[in-house]
Structures are given as C-alpha cells and as structure tokens.
Design a protein around this ligand. Structure first.
Ligand code: ASP
Length: 455
C-alpha cells in the first residue's frame, strides 16, 4: 500500500491508508487511546486500543488504518485534518525514542537558545521551524525561476580564496601544501563576480555563502550568511535597481505577502538622515506590522569615503564601486574626497538593510584611485588587488550588481525576532556551530603538518 502524507488523509475518507510519522501527543482514555500522528505536513488524530498503550510521544511509528469522518461536534477546526480521524488497524513502532531534552511541540520561543541549537535536529521538528525552512526553500526557488527567465547563469565561485574586503575580519584556513600560507574564506564573491563579467558572462547569480568574522550582534548571524549575489554587464544603477525590485515584487506576489509601496520609494542618503536619522528605517505603521506588510525603500547617493580614526580615508560601502559619473573627475584627481558620491544603492525593509550593490569601477584607473585614496601604495595595491587591476585592463565591460541578504529578508517576512530562526543550523551567538563542537582543538600532528605552533 502506498505511503500517504498526513495532510492527504482528508481526501481518503472510507479508505485504508498507510501512514508514517511521530507520535506527537497521546491521550489515554483507558479502553481507547488517542494519538496525534505528526509528519512534515501536519497532525492527524488516530484512535487505537491496547496496542497504543506502550507508545510514547516522539516514537516513530507506522500505522495502517481506516479514514473516518468525525461526528459534527468532534470536528476540530484548528487543524487541517480536523474533519476526520484514523481508526488504527495495525501499528508498528519503527524506533522507540529516549526522553527528549526539549519539547518539540509549541513554538519553542521560551526554550534556552543554546539548548535549541545543541539539539537543532529535534528543534526543527516543531512545525514553526519546518514552515520557516519550507518558506526559505520556496523563496530560493522563486529567485531562481525569476532569474533563469531573464537569462542569468547560476555560477559557483571559490570558497577557499583570498581576502575580499567587505569591512569585516576574514576567516583564514591554513594551507598544508604551502606551509605558513593561508586561504581566506570570502566575505562575498565580489571580485569573482566582477571577473565573470570580464569573462563575458553578462548575467550572473549565485545563492552565495559569505563568511565574516564580526563581533556577534543580536540581529546578525555570526560567521556565515547567505545572499543572492548577482552581477550584470552594460547596466546603469537604475537597471540593477529595477531588476531587483521587479524580482522582489514578483516573488512577494507569488507568496501572497503584501508590500507597502510600489514602486519602492527612493531616498537619498541625505534625505534619509534628515528624515529618519539613519540610513535604514521602518516605514510601517503599527497596523502594517500586524498585517505582515513589508515596507521596502531604496537609499542612494551615499558618500563614497569616510574618515578613518587615523585621519585617512576608507570606503563607506564597497571599494569596487564607481563614483557617480559626475564625480569621476574628482576621484581620478583625488580631490574633493569627502564629497564624492558613490553609485551604491541599499535596499531597506522594515528598518533593516536587506541588501546593497553598486555600479563598479570598470576602468583600472578608477579602481586604482580608490585604493590610493585609501592610502595603499603601488606595491600594496599590486599585492592585494593586482589581479583585479590587471583584469580590468583587458576590456572589462561596464558592470554592476547587488546582493540581497536572504536570511534577513526571510526574517522580515516571517516576523521572527532572530535571524537564526530562518537558518537550519546557525551558529550560537558565541560563535559555536549548532550540534557539532566547532571550533575545536586540533591534534598536535595536524598542526605540525600545517607548520603551525600555538602560543
Ligand atoms: N559585495 C557586496 C556585499 O556583499 C554586494 C554587492 O555590491 O554586490 O555586500
């Protein structure tokens, strides 16, 4: 007999069905015993007798039973299968469970997060977590559908790599073949995606993992996060903004998630600071919040550079950005530095920055000028970014892109308070992996092989 899912049982009244799942709850009424059987699609009430007595919640079971409609007054409108119940004919325990270290019914919000992450494989049994993971999967599917329709290629870029500055510390990985040397995990695929443009790809995207060693913050995922990284050739700022906005609108419509204002309002950095005191702001009313409305806005015209504590200059967003065309002369002449505006555009949603991007410097003179303003000398530029300067010299097309943050967008949609609620196995806020015990101690022989001595 074919296995069917719990939610399909409502269409099988009068038929025998074959169900697999976990015992979600058990109610022992002496002669008859009720259980709620749970699988990923929901719960269904199953009625049994003596053979149900020994079942424990979270045992894994197979049940063969007859689907029956419930009498009118026993209908439970709160669950999808509330109009029916299963009369068990046979039950078999496929695996007994030990007592669980945390409850998996309920939303889990009140359970210590360290415990939830240590036992994440149990924590995701709760329907709320499954729903979040399913939404994430659907969201990524819709991104792919949209971009494939527009002729984008999905391309993977290296993880073991060289540093790409995004304003955080790198995670570094020692090399065994070249002792004393290290790879850096990418803070973003920024340089590789630009090199794909030099390679004539024209339209690239990737569901990209980025690694940033930042001090843990409540509203951030520590260590790694996922962004939709994309890049396009022969585009101007508005082309990229329009593409991303159109994609968001299509995806949110398909998911039935209301957006407050379309087209998305655009603020200059100056306007945003003046009006909201920050470059990220929440346009929702209390009523909007209750109704799950998502309020997007763009912020543009950021200053390119800001002062370092030492009195030099550094980039505010992305060193690979081009200035707005009217400031190119200033950039190349290294004049008027504090007033140069970048082509950077940030997307804001519900008070969070949910993505940013820019048109890039596709000429080597422009990129070199940025690094020179930042105080790098010729030798340093060549050492760190020589490959980019060289590549731009071989007929690099004008290009630009963006990277909306997938974890953050999903946090906004679900209304979850922490970004970790939409990630299957996030790190703890202290920087330990869920379930497994990384970072962990490495044996002496391993270190020796890598030529590393701990101090
Ligand atoms: N590389 C940027 C980031 O990771 C995004 C972009 O400019 O495309 O924030």
């Amino acid at each position: 007999m074919k296995k069917i899912s719990v939610e399909q049982t409502v269409e099988m009244v009068g038929k025998e069905v074959n169900l697999y799942g976990w015992v979600d709850t058990k109610r022992d009424h002496k002669k008859i015993v009720f259980i709620d059987l749970r699988d990923r699609t929901g719960i269904v009430q199953v009625v049994g007798g003596e053979d149900f007595k020994s079942l424990n919640t979270e045992d894994v079971v197979w049940i063969k039973g007859l689907v029956k409609t419930r009498p009118e007054k026993l209908i439970n409108p709160k669950i999808k299968t509330g109009t029916i119940e299963i009369e068990a004919k046979k039950v078999k325990v496929l695996n007994k469970t030990k007592p669980l270290p945390l409850p998996v019914t309920g939303d889990g919000h009140n359970i210590d997060e360290e415990v939830r992450l240590k036992y994440r494989y149990l924590d995701i049994r709760r329907p709320r977590m499954y729903k979040n993971l399913a939404l994430r999967s659907k969201f990524i599917d819709l991104i792919r559908q949209h971009l494939f329709k527009k002729d984008f290629l999905e391309i993977e870029t290296p993880i073991l790599s060289e540093t790409t500055p995004e304003g955080a510390r790198d995670f570094i990985v020692p090399s065994r073949l070249q002792p004393g040397k290290f790879y850096a995990l990418p803070q973003s695929p920024q340089q590789y995606k630009q090199l794909l443009m030099v390679g004539g790809v024209e339209k690239y995207f990737q569901i990209a993992r980025c690694f940033r060693d930042e001090d843990p913050r409540a509203d951030r995922a520590y260590g790694e996060f996922t962004q939709l990284d994309l890049e396009m050739s022969f585009v101007e700022r508005e082309d990229v903004m329009n593409l991303v906005e159109g994609m968001m609108i299509e995806i949110y419509e398909k998911l039935n998630i209301p957006i407050k204002q379309k087209p998305f309002p655009i603020f200059t950095y100056q306007e945003a600071i003046k009006k909201y005191g920050a470059d990220k702001f929440d346009l929702r009313t209390e009523e909007d919040k209750k109704n799950g409305i998502q309020a997007f806005a763009w912020v543009i015209d950021f200053p390119f550079f800001e002062r370092t504590p030492e009195g030099g200059w550094t980039f505010t967003h992305n060193p690979f950005s081009a200035p707005k065309p009217e400031f190119m002369k200033d950039l190349l002449g290294k004049k008027n530095i504090g007033n140069i505006l970048t082509t950077q555009y940030d997307l804001v949603c519900n008070g969070y920055e949910v993505g940013g991007g820019s048109i890039r410097n596709h000429t080597l003179e422009g990129l070199k000028a940025v690094f020179e303003i930042m105080g790098l000398d010729e030798a340093e530029i060549n050492l760190k970014f020589g490959h980019m300067i060289e590549a731009l010299g071989y007929g690099a097309p004008p290009h630009g892109g963006m990277a909306p943050g997938i974890d953050r967008l999903l946090t906004c949609i679900t209304g979850e308070t922490s970004i970790r609620e939409v990630i299957a196995m996030p790190m703890t806020s202290g920087g330990r992996t869920a379930i497994m015990k990384a970072p962990s101690v490495v044996k002496d022989e391993k270190l020796k092989e890598l030529g590393i001595k701990l101090t």
